[in-house]
Design a protein around this ligand. Sequence first.
Ligand code: FES
Ligand SMILES: [Fe+2]
Length: 430
Amino acid sequence: MTYLTELTFFTHRVPWGLSFVLSNLITEEVQIMELTFRPTMEDLCGALFAQDKFGAIVAASPRFLGFAGAISEKTDRYVSAFTDDQHLLVRGTDGQIRCFLNTCRHRNAQLVPLGHMVNGKMVTRTGKVAPTGAITCPLHRLTYDEKGTLRTALAFPKTPCLKLHEVPIEMVGGLIFETGRGAYSQLASVMDSPGFKKFGITPFARAAKMALGFSETSEEDFGTVTFMEVFGDTDHVDDIHVSSFHQQVDMSTLELEYGEDWSVQFVGWREKTTTVAPEYQRYRGLVLARGGKPKFGAVWMSYGPNMTFEWYPLGKDESGEDQTAFVTSVCIPNGMKCKIVVEFYFPASLLATEEGWNLAQALRDAYMLTAEEDRYPCISMEKGRRTLVENKHGDEGLGPIGPQEGCVAHYYNLLGRRMKALAQREACNV
Ligand code: FES
Ligand SMILES: [Fe+2]
């Protein structure tokens, strides 16, 4: 495994206030981030991505397997929601994390089959393997050790020589990625981010004291690109999330920061609220009751073509330390549509108390309300673009990119680089 040890990348940070001043000086299109790639309507919603080009871009990008907070104790196991249950992460009795394809080598059943009763117990995403680290397939009870070697196969006169397919992993803080896809080099610079330092957040902190609270999956009627655009577009927050997220954050404090493959939006806590949705009222009330106004309102980060990481305040613990929730999402492309997997991580000590669970649930409910509201801009943009394409105006291109849309421009640029790399790979294969 590779651990983050050095900081290598240049980062670029722009307070939104500065870009606003610029926008008054320059009445033409103003961009914080220069657009090096201007996608066409077809790129965004038409034939190109429908032909699995976007799927190929994602397939060639770092593959996120999970957060070590899901397997912080020896013998913990986690079936990755981010890869559609295809990967099994296990922390062995030696404390090492190993990753296997979640497939038994006998008749190829899922080794850990989610949502099924086994020995009278429902198998869930997280849990334990045997105290020895052994993993037993429920179908015919073939048993593998924690290194994936088949140890017992009772139905066979002699135990066959078989091993689970092991997937090499690398770690960036507590994030677990498949090795060899560039995640480490792409994300190293985040650890040096001035914004995270300012708000007292350690991004991707080693996850020994974090625990998985909730895992949510939804099938969406829009594509990954649209979701990532909306995620990077801060300009809609005050209009679309009027009684929800808008009441949580003060968008006038927005600051942006960029690395080559990631962009981050930092926003302060809103002090004066108006009409607040019950979900946000509950969450905000519980946070404020734990030490008063937190250092920030929300931090959200876009990474690569289909991943996001977010941080939300949880108030202070008994010792006065700020506590932060970590939310991570992966958009799994499915032609013109996508599946979104979201997981919420919290300090394990918080989840150990009823009061802490209430706060965790309150954050989850508030977050899911905003996610529900985000379906409107996503579907609306897709419908508008399809209208242009189907009425032969697909080459009109995008409108101007405003100063608050730097992360959208950053995402288009990233897409442009990935599409170019894909075209080069395809040309080499010809
Ligand atoms: S398929 Fe796993 S033991 Fe038979
Ligand atoms: Fe939104």
